[in-house]
Design a binder for this molecule. Structure first.
Ligand code: TYM
Length: 325
Protein backbone atom coordinates (compact mmCIF):
# COMPACT_ATOMS: atom_id res chain seq x y z
CA UNK A 1 0.00 0.00 0.00
CA UNK A 2 1.50 3.34 -1.05
CA UNK A 3 0.36 6.77 0.01
CA UNK A 4 0.15 9.23 -2.84
CA UNK A 5 0.02 12.94 -2.01
CA UNK A 6 0.08 16.13 -4.01
CA UNK A 7 -1.11 19.72 -3.83
CA UNK A 8 -1.93 22.59 -6.15
CA UNK A 9 -1.79 26.21 -5.11
CA UNK A 10 -4.95 28.29 -5.30
CA UNK A 11 -3.13 31.19 -6.89
CA UNK A 12 -5.16 30.95 -10.09
CA UNK A 13 -7.34 28.52 -12.03
CA UNK A 14 -5.41 25.33 -12.77
CA UNK A 15 -3.81 25.37 -16.23
CA UNK A 16 -2.79 22.65 -18.67
CA UNK A 17 0.63 22.33 -16.96
CA UNK A 18 -1.00 21.61 -13.59
CA UNK A 19 -3.42 19.18 -15.20
CA UNK A 20 -0.85 17.16 -17.18
CA UNK A 21 1.94 17.55 -14.61
CA UNK A 22 0.02 16.78 -11.42
CA UNK A 23 -3.74 16.16 -11.69
CA UNK A 24 -3.80 13.38 -14.32
CA UNK A 25 -0.76 11.47 -13.00
CA UNK A 26 -2.17 11.80 -9.48
CA UNK A 27 -5.58 10.49 -10.48
CA UNK A 28 -4.05 7.61 -12.37
CA UNK A 29 -2.08 6.55 -9.30
CA UNK A 30 -5.18 6.97 -7.14
CA UNK A 31 -7.06 4.42 -9.29
CA UNK A 32 -4.72 1.62 -8.22
CA UNK A 33 -6.61 -0.17 -5.43
CA UNK A 34 -3.26 -0.65 -3.64
CA UNK A 35 -2.87 3.11 -3.24
CA UNK A 36 -4.40 5.61 -0.89
CA UNK A 37 -4.41 9.18 -2.17
CA UNK A 38 -4.21 12.54 -0.45
CA UNK A 39 -4.83 15.50 -2.74
CA UNK A 40 -5.17 18.96 -1.32
CA UNK A 41 -5.53 22.61 -2.21
CA UNK A 42 -2.47 24.54 -1.12
CA UNK A 43 -4.31 27.73 -0.21
CA UNK A 44 -1.74 28.74 2.43
CA UNK A 45 1.02 28.60 -0.18
CA UNK A 46 -1.03 30.87 -2.42
CA UNK A 47 -0.84 33.61 0.23
CA UNK A 48 2.87 34.05 -0.59
CA UNK A 49 1.82 35.71 -3.85
CA UNK A 50 -1.95 36.32 -3.76
CA UNK A 51 -3.29 38.58 -1.02
CA UNK A 52 -6.88 39.07 -2.22
CA UNK A 53 -9.22 36.83 -0.21
CA UNK A 54 -12.15 36.91 -2.64
CA UNK A 55 -9.91 35.80 -5.48
CA UNK A 56 -8.42 33.07 -3.31
CA UNK A 57 -11.88 31.68 -2.55
CA UNK A 58 -12.68 31.60 -6.25
CA UNK A 59 -9.40 29.83 -7.06
CA UNK A 60 -9.85 27.33 -4.23
CA UNK A 61 -13.15 26.37 -5.85
CA UNK A 62 -11.49 26.17 -9.26
CA UNK A 63 -8.69 23.90 -8.03
CA UNK A 64 -11.18 21.65 -6.23
CA UNK A 65 -13.49 21.56 -9.26
CA UNK A 66 -10.54 20.61 -11.50
CA UNK A 67 -9.68 17.54 -9.43
CA UNK A 68 -13.31 16.47 -9.50
CA UNK A 69 -13.62 17.25 -13.21
CA UNK A 70 -10.96 14.64 -13.97
CA UNK A 71 -12.69 12.02 -11.85
CA UNK A 72 -10.90 12.08 -8.50
CA UNK A 73 -12.74 9.74 -6.14
CA UNK A 74 -13.11 11.83 -2.98
CA UNK A 75 -14.97 9.05 -1.16
CA UNK A 76 -12.20 6.49 -1.44
CA UNK A 77 -9.44 9.08 -0.95
CA UNK A 78 -8.77 12.25 1.03
CA UNK A 79 -9.36 15.71 -0.44
CA UNK A 80 -9.08 18.91 1.57
CA UNK A 81 -8.03 22.56 1.94
CA UNK A 82 -4.62 22.91 3.58
CA UNK A 83 -5.64 25.94 5.67
CA UNK A 84 -8.43 24.00 7.40
CA UNK A 85 -6.03 21.50 8.93
CA UNK A 86 -3.96 23.59 11.27
CA UNK A 87 -1.38 20.87 11.81
CA UNK A 88 0.19 21.96 8.50
CA UNK A 89 1.30 25.28 9.98
CA UNK A 90 2.23 23.74 13.31
CA UNK A 91 4.52 21.16 11.72
CA UNK A 92 5.92 23.82 9.37
CA UNK A 93 7.08 25.81 12.40
CA UNK A 94 8.82 22.83 13.97
CA UNK A 95 10.48 21.97 10.66
CA UNK A 96 11.58 25.59 10.16
CA UNK A 97 13.78 25.03 13.17
CA UNK A 98 15.42 22.05 11.42
CA UNK A 99 16.03 23.87 8.14
CA UNK A 100 19.39 25.50 7.55
CA UNK A 101 19.24 29.00 6.09
CA UNK A 102 21.49 28.18 3.08
CA UNK A 103 19.14 25.37 2.02
CA UNK A 104 16.31 27.87 1.62
CA UNK A 105 18.57 30.50 0.10
CA UNK A 106 19.43 27.93 -2.58
CA UNK A 107 15.85 27.12 -3.48
CA UNK A 108 15.14 27.97 -7.13
CA UNK A 109 11.70 29.28 -6.18
CA UNK A 110 13.44 31.87 -3.98
CA UNK A 111 16.40 32.59 -6.26
CA UNK A 112 14.04 33.41 -9.14
CA UNK A 113 12.68 36.29 -7.06
CA UNK A 114 15.84 37.18 -5.13
CA UNK A 115 16.91 39.99 -7.46
CA UNK A 116 14.50 42.28 -5.65
CA UNK A 117 14.68 41.13 -2.04
CA UNK A 118 12.29 43.82 -0.82
CA UNK A 119 9.56 41.98 -2.77
CA UNK A 120 10.30 38.63 -1.10
CA UNK A 121 8.16 37.97 1.96
CA UNK A 122 9.26 35.53 4.64
CA UNK A 123 6.46 33.17 3.62
CA UNK A 124 7.90 32.89 0.14
CA UNK A 125 11.34 32.20 1.62
CA UNK A 126 10.07 29.40 3.85
CA UNK A 127 7.61 28.08 1.24
CA UNK A 128 9.50 24.75 0.86
CA UNK A 129 9.23 24.09 4.61
CA UNK A 130 5.45 24.37 4.54
CA UNK A 131 5.51 22.03 1.56
CA UNK A 132 7.66 19.56 3.53
CA UNK A 133 5.10 19.73 6.35
CA UNK A 134 2.25 19.04 3.89
CA UNK A 135 3.97 15.85 2.79
CA UNK A 136 5.41 14.60 6.07
CA UNK A 137 2.19 15.03 8.04
CA UNK A 138 0.59 12.22 6.04
CA UNK A 139 3.49 9.69 5.83
CA UNK A 140 3.26 10.07 2.06
CA UNK A 141 5.42 7.77 -0.11
CA UNK A 142 4.89 9.03 -3.66
CA UNK A 143 4.48 12.65 -4.75
CA UNK A 144 3.31 13.11 -8.37
CA UNK A 145 4.57 16.55 -9.43
CA UNK A 146 6.06 18.44 -12.35
CA UNK A 147 9.83 18.77 -12.70
CA UNK A 148 9.82 22.22 -11.08
CA UNK A 149 9.06 20.58 -7.73
CA UNK A 150 12.02 18.19 -7.70
CA UNK A 151 14.18 20.44 -5.53
CA UNK A 152 11.37 20.91 -3.01
CA UNK A 153 11.12 17.13 -2.67
CA UNK A 154 14.86 16.85 -2.07
CA UNK A 155 14.57 19.51 0.62
CA UNK A 156 11.65 17.63 2.19
CA UNK A 157 13.76 14.49 2.47
CA UNK A 158 16.69 16.43 3.87
CA UNK A 159 14.54 18.17 6.51
CA UNK A 160 12.84 14.90 7.49
CA UNK A 161 16.22 13.17 7.86
CA UNK A 162 17.45 15.93 10.16
CA UNK A 163 14.37 15.55 12.32
CA UNK A 164 14.63 11.73 12.37
CA UNK A 165 18.28 11.98 13.37
CA UNK A 166 17.31 13.99 16.43
CA UNK A 167 14.42 11.64 17.20
CA UNK A 168 16.68 8.60 16.88
CA UNK A 169 13.99 6.84 14.85
CA UNK A 170 12.07 7.14 11.57
CA UNK A 171 9.20 9.28 12.81
CA UNK A 172 8.86 11.07 9.45
CA UNK A 173 8.55 9.00 6.27
CA UNK A 174 10.87 10.01 3.41
CA UNK A 175 8.84 10.53 0.20
CA UNK A 176 9.82 10.06 -3.45
CA UNK A 177 8.76 12.39 -6.27
CA UNK A 178 7.04 10.82 -9.29
CA UNK A 179 7.86 12.91 -12.34
CA UNK A 180 6.65 11.70 -15.72
CA UNK A 181 9.65 12.05 -18.08
CA UNK A 182 7.43 12.73 -21.10
CA UNK A 183 5.57 15.61 -19.51
CA UNK A 184 8.12 16.92 -17.02
CA UNK A 185 7.62 20.52 -18.07
CA UNK A 186 4.67 21.61 -20.15
CA UNK A 187 5.53 24.63 -22.30
CA UNK A 188 3.38 27.75 -22.23
CA UNK A 189 2.19 29.63 -25.31
CA UNK A 190 5.57 31.42 -25.48
CA UNK A 191 7.63 28.23 -25.17
CA UNK A 192 8.82 28.90 -21.60
CA UNK A 193 7.52 26.68 -18.78
CA UNK A 194 3.75 27.12 -18.54
CA UNK A 195 3.15 29.15 -15.41
CA UNK A 196 0.61 31.45 -13.82
CA UNK A 197 3.39 33.89 -13.06
CA UNK A 198 4.57 34.11 -16.69
CA UNK A 199 1.01 34.63 -17.90
CA UNK A 200 1.61 32.15 -20.71
CA UNK A 201 -0.82 29.47 -19.62
CA UNK A 202 -3.72 27.66 -21.25
CA UNK A 203 -6.85 27.44 -19.11
CA UNK A 204 -8.69 24.49 -20.66
CA UNK A 205 -11.90 25.40 -18.84
CA UNK A 206 -12.35 28.72 -20.66
CA UNK A 207 -15.39 29.16 -22.90
CA UNK A 208 -14.62 28.04 -26.46
CA UNK A 209 -14.19 31.52 -27.97
CA UNK A 210 -11.76 32.58 -25.22
CA UNK A 211 -9.80 29.34 -25.44
CA UNK A 212 -9.52 29.92 -29.19
CA UNK A 213 -8.06 33.39 -28.58
CA UNK A 214 -5.40 31.97 -26.24
CA UNK A 215 -4.46 29.21 -28.68
CA UNK A 216 -4.17 31.75 -31.49
CA UNK A 217 -1.52 33.55 -29.42
CA UNK A 218 0.82 30.52 -29.36
CA UNK A 219 4.14 31.77 -30.68
CA UNK A 220 5.45 30.36 -33.98
CA UNK A 221 8.15 31.26 -36.49
CA UNK A 222 7.40 33.23 -39.63
CA UNK A 223 7.43 30.35 -42.16
CA UNK A 224 4.81 30.69 -44.90
CA UNK A 225 1.95 28.24 -45.31
CA UNK A 226 3.49 26.37 -48.25
CA UNK A 227 6.93 25.86 -46.61
CA UNK A 228 7.83 22.60 -44.82
CA UNK A 229 8.13 23.07 -41.05
CA UNK A 230 10.06 21.42 -38.24
CA UNK A 231 7.48 19.95 -35.85
CA UNK A 232 10.02 19.43 -33.05
CA UNK A 233 10.76 23.17 -32.91
CA UNK A 234 7.14 24.30 -32.81
CA UNK A 235 5.18 25.03 -29.63
CA UNK A 236 1.75 24.26 -31.11
CA UNK A 237 3.00 20.85 -32.22
CA UNK A 238 4.54 20.20 -28.80
CA UNK A 239 1.24 20.99 -27.09
CA UNK A 240 -0.71 18.91 -29.61
CA UNK A 241 1.63 15.97 -28.92
CA UNK A 242 0.65 16.13 -25.26
CA UNK A 243 -3.08 15.87 -25.84
CA UNK A 244 -3.72 14.14 -29.17
CA UNK A 245 -3.74 10.42 -30.05
CA UNK A 246 -0.61 8.81 -31.54
CA UNK A 247 -2.25 8.57 -34.98
CA UNK A 248 -3.26 12.23 -34.99
CA UNK A 249 0.20 13.30 -33.80
CA UNK A 250 1.83 11.30 -36.60
CA UNK A 251 -0.55 12.88 -39.16
CA UNK A 252 0.23 16.38 -37.95
CA UNK A 253 3.97 15.69 -37.98
CA UNK A 254 3.69 14.61 -41.61
CA UNK A 255 1.67 17.73 -42.48
CA UNK A 256 4.42 19.91 -41.01
CA UNK A 257 7.13 18.11 -42.95
CA UNK A 258 5.17 18.17 -46.22
CA UNK A 259 4.45 21.91 -46.21
CA UNK A 260 1.17 23.41 -47.42
CA UNK A 261 0.02 23.25 -43.81
CA UNK A 262 0.05 26.47 -41.79
CA UNK A 263 0.39 27.16 -38.09
CA UNK A 264 -3.22 28.36 -38.18
CA UNK A 265 -4.30 24.87 -39.25
CA UNK A 266 -2.30 23.32 -36.42
CA UNK A 267 -3.81 25.71 -33.89
CA UNK A 268 -7.32 24.92 -35.08
CA UNK A 269 -6.54 21.19 -34.74
CA UNK A 270 -5.20 21.78 -31.23
CA UNK A 271 -8.34 23.68 -30.24
CA UNK A 272 -10.62 20.96 -31.61
CA UNK A 273 -8.58 18.24 -29.93
CA UNK A 274 -8.78 20.00 -26.56
CA UNK A 275 -12.51 20.63 -26.84
CA UNK A 276 -13.10 16.99 -27.63
CA UNK A 277 -10.67 15.48 -25.15
CA UNK A 278 -11.72 17.73 -22.31
CA UNK A 279 -15.46 17.93 -23.07
CA UNK A 280 -16.50 15.94 -20.00
CA UNK A 281 -14.03 17.59 -17.57
CA UNK A 282 -15.18 21.01 -18.85
CA UNK A 283 -18.79 20.08 -18.15
CA UNK A 284 -18.06 18.77 -14.65
CA UNK A 285 -15.83 21.77 -13.84
CA UNK A 286 -18.65 24.17 -14.71
CA UNK A 287 -21.11 22.12 -12.72
CA UNK A 288 -19.04 22.37 -9.54
CA UNK A 289 -18.25 26.05 -10.10
CA UNK A 290 -22.01 26.64 -10.14
CA UNK A 291 -22.81 24.30 -7.25
CA UNK A 292 -20.68 25.70 -4.53
CA UNK A 293 -22.52 24.02 -1.65
CA UNK A 294 -21.84 20.60 -3.06
CA UNK A 295 -18.15 21.41 -3.47
CA UNK A 296 -18.00 22.80 0.03
CA UNK A 297 -19.50 19.71 1.61
CA UNK A 298 -17.02 17.47 -0.26
CA UNK A 299 -14.13 19.53 1.12
CA UNK A 300 -15.50 19.53 4.66
CA UNK A 301 -15.83 15.74 4.57
CA UNK A 302 -12.18 15.53 3.42
CA UNK A 303 -10.92 17.93 6.06
CA UNK A 304 -12.11 15.66 8.85
CA UNK A 305 -10.32 12.65 7.32
CA UNK A 306 -7.11 14.61 6.78
CA UNK A 307 -7.14 16.10 10.28
CA UNK A 308 -7.40 12.70 11.96
CA UNK A 309 -4.18 11.52 10.25
CA UNK A 310 -2.37 14.82 10.69
CA UNK A 311 -3.09 14.76 14.41
CA UNK A 312 -1.45 11.37 14.83
CA UNK A 313 1.78 12.58 13.22
CA UNK A 314 1.85 15.87 15.05
CA UNK A 315 1.43 14.08 18.36
CA UNK A 316 4.53 11.98 17.66
CA UNK A 317 6.50 15.08 16.65
CA UNK A 318 5.38 17.01 19.74
CA UNK A 319 6.47 14.15 21.92
CA UNK A 320 9.99 14.10 20.45
CA UNK A 321 10.29 17.85 20.86
CA UNK A 322 8.89 18.06 24.38
CA UNK A 323 5.61 19.77 23.44
CA UNK A 324 3.38 16.89 24.46
CA UNK A 325 0.80 17.45 27.14
P1 TYM B 1 1.67 24.73 -8.27
O1 TYM B 1 0.30 25.12 -7.96
O2 TYM B 1 2.62 25.76 -8.75
O3 TYM B 1 1.70 23.56 -9.32
C1 TYM B 1 0.90 22.41 -9.10
C2 TYM B 1 1.49 21.21 -9.82
O4 TYM B 1 1.53 21.46 -11.22
C3 TYM B 1 2.85 21.19 -11.70
N1 TYM B 1 3.14 22.12 -12.80
C4 TYM B 1 3.63 21.73 -13.97
N2 TYM B 1 3.93 20.50 -14.44
C5 TYM B 1 4.39 20.44 -15.70
N3 TYM B 1 4.58 21.54 -16.49
C6 TYM B 1 4.28 22.77 -16.06
N4 TYM B 1 4.44 23.83 -16.84
C7 TYM B 1 3.78 22.91 -14.73
N5 TYM B 1 3.39 23.98 -13.97
C8 TYM B 1 3.01 23.46 -12.79
C9 TYM B 1 3.76 21.46 -10.51
O5 TYM B 1 5.00 20.79 -10.68
C10 TYM B 1 2.94 20.90 -9.40
O6 TYM B 1 3.10 19.50 -9.31
N6 TYM B 1 4.60 23.82 -4.43
C11 TYM B 1 3.56 23.19 -5.18
C12 TYM B 1 2.28 23.02 -4.40
C13 TYM B 1 2.43 22.17 -3.19
C14 TYM B 1 2.74 20.78 -3.17
C15 TYM B 1 2.78 20.44 -1.78
C16 TYM B 1 2.95 19.82 -4.15
C17 TYM B 1 2.32 22.59 -1.91
N7 TYM B 1 2.53 21.56 -1.04
C18 TYM B 1 3.06 19.13 -1.39
C19 TYM B 1 3.24 18.51 -3.75
C20 TYM B 1 3.28 18.19 -2.38
C21 TYM B 1 3.34 24.05 -6.42
O7 TYM B 1 4.19 24.79 -6.81
O8 TYM B 1 2.17 24.00 -6.96
Amino acid sequence: MARILTGIQSSGRPHLGNILGAILPGIELSRDPQNESFFFIADLHSLTTLKNGTEREEYVRAVAASWLAFGFDFNKNTFWRQSRVQEHTELAWYLNCFTPFPMLANATSFKEKAEKLSDVNAGLFTYPVLQAADILLYDANIIPVGKDQKQHLEMTKDIASRFNLLAGEEILVLPEPRIDERIMTIPGIDGQKMSKSYNNYIDIFLPENELKKVIKKIVSDSKQLEEPKDPEQDITFKLYSLVASDTDIAAMRQNYLNGGYGYGHAKQALLECMLEKFAEPRRIFNYYMENNDELESILIQGEAKARAIAQTTIEKVRKVLGFSS
